[in-house]
Ligand binder design. Structure first.
Ligand code: MN
Length: 497
């Protein structure tokens, strides 16, 4: 996935009370910290050192430059010494990007044998960061606070995680979703206020007649289609299951043509996510299955049955996890059916077709099977099972007066036995803290059956995203108990009124 080379600015606060010698040390220390952070190789984006901020004018100028520099995805602030916080008010007021308060200190240990008053005055972030933190809180500004020594890998990882959230915030503002079908008739949870979504998240959600994109599909040449079919046949296992090989290949070619046509249409019109509906296919020969699976793998967001909220969320998560080393996968998912055997409880996750192969564990096969819904020919689809491990399932819902993001920590497992008759890709997970509490809390919160799922982000990152967007987030995790969770929902009802 092509991503902009975002950078984060490192701004150190101080004042001129301590003399030039001290300020030289402040600059030297902050440069060393920036160098160490970049050399850690743990940060997904570069940190850029900025000259020490000591006056209102410079603080204001720096924050405004950060606003207008479109490669800057956020500012990291740290008060090496005391920096009177009134001098930060104007700059902070005008600042519009993600903010991290890095509460660190240059030295790790108190230098017991040599410490004197000069040392204390020079190294007082314990003091200066409290003054600065106060003004950010007083101004009710959303920011992340990361505490600890800059050489600690745990601390560096927290900064890395926040960076991905910050880039999500920056990229969210121009996510464009193409809908080629409206919401499935009578379905409630996939609906929502698109104008409010654009105000809150920046998402632009546009509708196109399905036959307009079908024209783009028809325009794909036979040779381009056949070349992609060849790629499919070299990459995936072909499961004929008694079908005629030539007939099978013709069905696969329909999906190849859809993939190419859709992608060209999306690129030409600059969209990052797409929404389809099995009941509204116009002149398309098949429900886009394999085609959508491949587009999701390339980083496009997807939502089924008109679900533009999930499409935008999948795109957002693809952006937040882009170029991540050892990423395990991100997809739209749907809670389908349960295993309720004691000790083996879990939710079988799937969809009619559209499950992203980035989650696949092992072999991926192509199958052609009838669709039990709709009136089109049997669509080709990729079939696989998914990786084990922890992940997060998220659902963004519209409560009428506000959005709520529901985030559930889940543990993905292998099902006990193969499911040879199931012609779709699957994942299988158990929600935390346990199946019963997790599902009860999800339903009480109003969570949907469609989710945006990833192995590669934490609940905290999505909570931070929600906080920066100014929306409610509720988390269902190892600490959830139903009594407290109900009170949290009641609190949200009042707070977000
Ligand atoms: Mn669905």
């Amino acid at each position: 996935m092509e991503m902009k080379k975002y950078k984060f600015w490192f701004c150190t606060g101080s004042q001129d009370l301590y003399g030039d010698e001290c300020l030289a040390k402040v600059a030297e220390h902050s440069q060393k910290i920036v160098e160490a952070l970049n050399n850690s190789k743990k940060l997904p984006f570069e940190v850029v050192w900025k000259p020490t901020l000591i006056t209102n004018e410079l603080i204001r100028k720096t924050f405004n430059e950060a606003n207008t520099d479109d490669t800057c995805a956020g500012v990291i602030t740290w008060m090496h010494t005391f920096s009177p916080a009134k001098s930060w008010i104007l700059g902070l007021q005008e600042y519009r990007k993600p903010l991290l308060h890095f509460h660190t200190q240059f030295n790790e240990e108190i230098p017991y044998d040599t410490i004197d008053m000069d040392f204390m005055n020079e190294n007082q972030s314990a003091h200066g960061d409290r003054e600065y933190g106060h003004i950010v809180s007083r101004m009710r500004m959303e920011r992340k606070v990361v505490v600890g020594h800059w050489s600690d890998p745990v601390v560096v990882e927290k900064i890395a995680n926040w960076m991905r959230t910050a880039v999500g915030v920056c990229e969210s503002s121009h996510i464009r979703v193409m809908r080629i079908a409206d919401n499935m008739r009578n379905v409630a949870v996939t609906e929502g206020d698109k104008v409010e979504a654009q105000i809150k998240f920046g998402w632009e959600v546009d509708a196109y007649p399905v036959n307009e994109i079908t024209e783009a599909v028809k325009a794909v040449s036979v040779s381009d289609t056949n070349a992609l079919v060849d790629e499919y046949y070299s990459k995936y296992n072909i499961l004929l299951e008694g079908r005629d090989p030539e007939e099978f290949k013709r069905h696969v070619a329909v999906q190849a043509q859809i993939e190419l046509g859709f992608e060209r249409f999306l690129k030409e019109k600059n969209y990052h996510a797409i929404v389809t509906h099995f009941g509204d296919l116009g002149q398309l020969q098949q429900l886009p299955g394999l085609a959508i699976q491949r587009l999701m793998e390339k980083g496009y967001g997807f939502g089924a049955e008109g679900d533009w909220k999930v499409a935008a969320m999948v795109r957002l998560m693809k952006v937040m996890t882009a170029n991540m080393k050892d990423a395990k996968g991100t997809s739209m998912m749907e809670d389908y059916t349960y295993n309720l055997i004691k000790g083996k409880e879990g939710i079988l996750q799937s969809h009619m077709l559209e499950v992203c192969p980035s989650m696949a564990d092992g072999e991926i096969s192509i199958k052609c099977n009838p669709l039990s819904m709709g009136d089109r020919e049997d669509p080709a689809r990729l079939v696989f099972t998914s990786k084990e491990g922890s992940g997060i399932a998220t659902s963004l819902i519209d409560l009428g007066n506000r959005f709520r993001l529901i985030i559930n920590d889940v543990d993905c497992k292998k099902v006990e036995k193969p499911m040879p008759k199931l012609p779709v890709a699957t994942n299988f997970w158990c929600p935390r803290p346990d199946f019963y509490t997790g599902a009860e809390a999800w339903i009480l919160a109003g969570g949907a059956h469609h989710t945006a799922f990833t192995y590669d982000l934490t609940a905290e990152q999505m909570e931070d995203f929600a906080a920066m967007m100014g929306i409610e987030a509720v988390r269902i995790d190892k600490n959830t108990n139903i009594n407290d969770f109900k009170k949290e929902l009641m609190l949200g009802e009042v707070f977000y009124r």
